[in-house]
Design a protein around this ligand. Sequence first.
Ligand code: SF4
Ligand code: SF4
Length: 129
Amino acid sequence: MKVKLRYSHEAASKPVLAEIILKTGLLINIIEAKLTPKEGEMVIDIATQGQALKRALEYLRAAGLEVTELRSLVEVDRERCISCGACISPCPSRAIRFDESLDIEIDERRCIGCGICISACPRKAIQLI
Ligand code: SF4
Ligand code: SF4
């Protein structure tokens, strides 16, 4: 599950992610981070589901972070997409494929938000969320 965290001034000075990793043993991958000593935003991938994920999100909220669960890092404008497939092979995570109806499908578990598909699309049909 990918999650966007927004740090307040108070929370930015605490080692929140290090603490949650030590306490839970969860694997957490930092995808993007814009932090200053005063505030910041971070997108992380927490490698778990179910109750363990729920507990991790509760821990982050209790630590004073604003938590937004992300379904995916990019989205496809279905009205612009012509199913040409030009975005599929450039994706370094193999996160894009055709579904049974030949519509483009993005696997949110694989997507790392690199944005390469955005540049590859001739119809400008993909954007970061
Ligand atoms: S943002 Fe990067 S990883 Fe995600 S679907 Fe596009 S090319 Fe693939
Ligand atoms: S490159 Fe753009 S138009 Fe082509 S399939 Fe991907 S999203 Fe659709």
